[in-house]
Design a protein around this ligand. Structure first.
Ligand code: PLP
Length: 428
């Protein structure tokens, strides 16, 4: 058992504070972080860790960023929040203008919400209202295995049934349709048979399908899989052919992470509805958006309700929008492209060496994402400590050790991450 000393009452934390996917009976220790700057997290005891996680895909420009700090400070002196019903404000209008400018052309209407899961709920509700307005009953969604779309109920219902333990909620969770996910990696040769199960499921269920929902190119929390762009291209074609809407969940992949501004661009497709979140505010606070084409938005609003039936209390929060604007401005200057490309090149050089280890099943990379898949699940307590001792912050899950560092990471810092992974896996 490791002892961590802290000013924070860590015993209270262990006994009363619930951390994500953590037992209350037997919780592993949590590391107290005091501050963060650039790519570094500073622990309370003064140790500095290179952050390999971007706080779950979000902190793309690094922590404590002067421009993002300034945007928050400027906005907080004007107003932190104001309701969005019947009221509008510059930060929200500007953010929506930028989102429309950088996402695929057909997406023209933006619905702001408070987290990724809610953006997914919103996208599913839009699809249901769309068909209701057209006088059709279409209560089902089609998705693929190994996906992750969030932890709220509708989002969970389209998340991989085994990973999200659908069995726990049987009778309450709506049952949707799952096709086999693509077996073909991003850099492998495309094989048409990869899409056959999806094609069959779409064909057999098309009359009752409201939409297909999928994470473009990279399946994140459901297995860190990086698949062939043709798979996504075929899905778009099949949705068009059978008149089913396509929802792209870009919450993890959006804003440059995969080497394109949005992962859909790898396949040259445009969805009918797109969800973004995570990096939207550069990791400062929670905000998400669901974008729809004019056709989808207008159809939704031509129905019985004459509007879209959703309105979170903190919709369009000015503080979050102001920081989002500052983050998008940095992205729109374009340096991220070179940053992400260099990360990708370096990962392509460093990861294959890790792939040689006996305990490693596969390594994969794309953009600023690197994945090491093992044969056996990691020992979380041990490996977490070994990473912290090595001066890095990497949080594996199950058989997966993965990194998605802030775009500003230097080559030296990035190799510290891969060296730490290598050392944690090498037999002593
Ligand atoms: C994280 C994630 C979500 C959920 O976002 P939250 O902000 O955690 O609710 C949904 N979809 C994908 C692809 C994600 O990676």
């Amino acid at each position: 058992m490791q002892i961590i000393t802290s000013k924070i009452d860590l015993e209270f934390d262990q006994q009363h504070v619930w951390h994500p996917y953590t037992s209350t009976i037997n919780p592993l220790p949590c590391y107290p972080v005091e501050s963060a700057n650039g790519v570094y997290l500073t622990l309370e005891d003064g140790r500095k860790l290179i952050d390999g996680m971007s706080s779950w895909w979000s902190t793309i420009h690094g922590y404590n960023h002067p421009a993002l700090n300034q945007a928050a400070k400027n906005q907080i002196d004007k107003m932190s929040h104001v309701m969005f019903g019947g009221i509008t404000h510059e930060p929200a209008v500007e953010l929506c203008r930028k989102l429309i400018a950088i996402t695929p052309e057909p997406l023209q209407h933006v619905f702001l919400a408070d987290s990724g899961s809610v953006a997914v709920e919103v996208s599913l509700k839009m699809a249901l209202q769309y068909w209701h307005a057209k006088g059709q009953r279409r209560p089902k969604f089609l998705t693929v295995r190994h996906g992750y779309h969030g932890d709220t109920f509708a989002a969970m219902s389209v998340t991989d049934p085994d990973n999200s333990m659908h069995s726990l909620y049987k009778g309450f969770l709506p049952e949707h349709i799952f096709a086999e996910s693509s077996e073909r990696g991003f850099y492998e040769e495309w094989c048409e048979s990869d899409i056959s199960d999806f094609k069959e499921k779409l064909n057999n269920n098309k009359e009752q399908l409201a939409a297909v929902i999928i994470e473009p190119i990279v399946q994140g929390a459901g297995g860190m899989r990086i698949y062939h762009p043709m798979y996504l291209k075929r899905i778009r074609e099949l949705c068009d052919e059978h008149d089913v809407l396509l929802i792209a969940d870009e919450i993890a992949t959006g804003f440059g992470r995969t080497g394109k501004m949005f992962a859909c661009e790898h396949a040259g497709i445009s969805p009918d509805i797109m969800c973004v979140g995570k990096a939207l505010t550069g990791g400062y606070m929670t905000l998400s958006a669901t974008l729809a084409t004019k056709h989808v938005a207008d159809t939704v609003c031509s129905g019985e309700a004459a509007c879209f039936m959703h309105g979170p209390t903190f919709m369009g929060n000015p503080l979050a929008c102001a920081v989002g604007n500052a983050s998008l401005e940095i992205l729109m200057q374009g340096n991220w492209q070179q940053q992400v490309l260099s990360i990708e090149q370096q990962l392509s050089e460093l990861l294959p060496e890790i792939g040689q280890l006996d305990c490693v099943k596969a390594v994969r990379w794309l953009g600023a994402i690197g994945v090491v898949e093992l044969y056996e699940p990691v020992n979380m307590a041990e490996i977490q400590k070994s990473f912290v001792d090595a001066g890095v912050w990497i949080r594996p899950f199950g058989k997966l050790i993965y990194i998605m560092p802030p775009f500003i990471i230097t080559p030296q810092e990035l190799s510290c991450l891969t060296v730490a992974i290598m050392r944690s896996l090498k037999p002593q």
